[in-house]
Design a protein around this ligand. Sequence first.
Ligand code: PNS
Length: 168
Amino acid sequence: MKKITAIYPGSFDPLTNGHLDLIERGSKIFDRLIVAILRNSEKQPLFSLSERKEMLIKMTSHFKNVEVDTFQGLLVDYAVRRKAQAVLRGIRAISDYEYELQMALMNRKLEPKLETVFMMPAEAYSYLSSRLVREIARLGGSVGDLVPKMVEERLKEKVTGSILRRRA
Ligand code: PNS
């Protein structure tokens, strides 16, 4: 039987419990899941590409069919290079739908053989986003229930580091 490889692309700045929930769900239905971090030179991320990759590798090492990689350029070109048949994206609320549908249909136009599969994370993560996590951490709030412990610690280091730099 044909083995199905899916790409789970994103910025993962930082990785959240919602992402991990989706990775776990994806690892159960696909034979191979490649978590692909976008190398985007236009955006100034909080965590460098290597920091994000390191955290993702550590937090997904127990999934034997999950691989972490980075990509730049068009997602469809990367998917073809990696011989993937599907792209996995999470839909948290109806507000995600419009953007995700637009992206999925545009990707289909570019590469008709590539299917986008939407999965819903656990309800508890339906309001969770990396952007809000960054903001809460920057303003000194607790993100303990929203991200893995390792990410929480790295966020604290980033915030303390930037406060100290501002004072210096
Ligand atoms: O986590 P994000 O920021 O929502 O992920 C967005 C991502 C990386 C999936 C999207 O920006 C993307 O696929 N970028 C690669 C460039 C590309 O293929 N653009 C055309 C999309 S139709």
